[in-house]
Design a protein around this ligand. Structure first.
Ligand SMILES: Nc1ncnc2c1ncn2[C@@H]1O[C@H](COP(=O)(O)OP(=O)(O)O)[C@@H](O)[C@H]1O
Ligand SMILES: CC(=O)N[C@@H](CCC(=O)OP(=O)(O)O)C(=O)O
Length: 299
């Protein structure tokens, strides 16, 4: 049969057939998907995302979702007249901010993702890092050189947490093949005293992917991947390149914790971490089940 006589159904069937080696590669493998706040603003895209997650599950992959919600937190903080600032891509979090962060992440955002997946035929379960001892954190600290004295100064980020210990037992239970649940996790952790902490969603996803020994960590965001100074997509980054990319200003803002997460996850045994465009329909399927992949892979 030549190409002219092929119908769309023929193309669909051959696409499915070409996906076989990828379906075999990811059979029963855990893939942690970080669903960023910027990638969830469009309702049609959110529905497509939920359908793709359910399809992954039916194809034998074990998807675990960790979500963000930065823009949604920002909008509620603004409505409440609470000022917010970021340092090194992390939101400085005081008491009042923490209240809003937990309200937004563990409330409407988490539940809307759960409902979208369930509507598409999956069985999603909403959790936060505070459930079942999932994500114990320590207070995050950052330092900055004073430009005049060149002395390192401590930056206080307030209630920002860095994962210290991830207990994946609840995730193992939920994703057991007898039950087939899809965990959807809000990045709110707790410390040894039971205090709640705001964790950057990329960082949370990376820690969970490492603890699960995931084959892939997919970080969905609102850019095509990591861009160079000429705004061209960088297809591959090695862990050793990161410091240089930060130092020369190629990456900044929210891309810093994203790349730190990706490189740490790979160092900790995750098969590969990919930063990809959540605004592109079926980005997940393209990345996992086609030759082409999408975005920037960190190896
Ligand atoms: N080199 C870079 N390539 C791509 N994006 C970059 C780069 N440096 C900084 N960024 C910024 O990082 C943002 C992605 O991080 P963030 O806003 O935290 O996303 P998300 O909410 O999806 O986690 C991009 O929208 C872009 O503004
Ligand atoms: C400490 C810190 O910065 N926490 C983030 C948590 C949400 C998040 O990471 O959301 P996105 O992935 O959509 O950016 C915040 O408060 O915005």
């Amino acid at each position: 049969m030549n190409d002219e006589t092929k119908t769309p159904a023929h193309y669909a069937a051959s696409t499915l057939s070409e996906a076989l080696p990828f379906i075999q590669r990811y059979d029963r493998q855990t893939v942690v998907i970080k669903y960023g706040g910027h990638a969830m603003v469009d309702e049609a895209l959110s529905e497509a995302f939920a359908r793709d997650v359910v399809l992954l599950k039916h194809l034998g992959v074990n998807p675990v979702i960790v979500h963000g919600g930065g823009p949604q937190i920002a909008s509620l903080l603004e409505r409440l007249g609470i000022k917010s600032e970021f340092r090194d891509g992390l939101r400085v979090t005081d008491d009042a901010t923490m209240e809003v962060v937990e309200m937004v992440l563990s409330g409407p955002i988490n539940k809307s993702i759960v409902r979208a997946i369930n509507k598409a035929g999956g069985k999603a379960v909403g959790l936060s890092g505070s459930d079942a001892d999932l994500m114990k954190v320590r207070r995050a600290s950052r330092t900055k050189k004073d430009p005049d004295s060149q002395v390192e100064q401590l930056i206080d980020l307030g209630f920002v947490g860095e994962p210290e210990r991830v207990d994946v037992s609840v995730l193992k239970l939920l994703t057991d093949y007898d039950y087939d649940f899809i965990p959807v996790i809000a990045p709110v952790g707790f410390d040894g005293e039971g205090k709640r902490y705001n964790v950057n969603a990329d960082t949370a996803a990376g820690a969970i992917a490492s603890a699960l020994g995931a084959s892939r960590l997919l970080l969905l965001t609102d850019v095509a991947g990591v861009l160079d100074k000429d705004k061209q997509l960088i297809r591959e980054i090695r862990a050793d390149d990161l410091d240089g990319l930060i130092a020369d200003g190629t990456v900044s803002g929210g891309m810093i914790p994203k790349l730190e997460t990706a490189t740490n996850a790979v160092k900790n045994g995750v098969g590969g971490a990919v930063i990809l465009d959540g605004r592109a329909k079926h980005a997940l399927l393209m990345e996992l089940f086609t030759e082409h992949g999408a975005g920037t892979i960190v190896l």
